[in-house]
Design a protein around this ligand. Sequence first.
Ligand SMILES: [Zn+2]
Length: 49
Amino acid sequence: MSCRKGKSKTDPKSGRYRCTDCGAVVKKKDEVCEPAKLKNPKNPKKKKQ
Ligand SMILES: [Zn+2]
């Protein structure tokens, strides 16, 4: 399988995939060797009370 070798293709947002091996972020999970789906964005919004 091909791997980005640390070169991210897109920003780390919810729904994207990050390679747990090299850390590259992609939109499609088949673009990295060990894809892990990103669930939380970097700056999650705080809930209003
Ligand atoms: Zn990788």
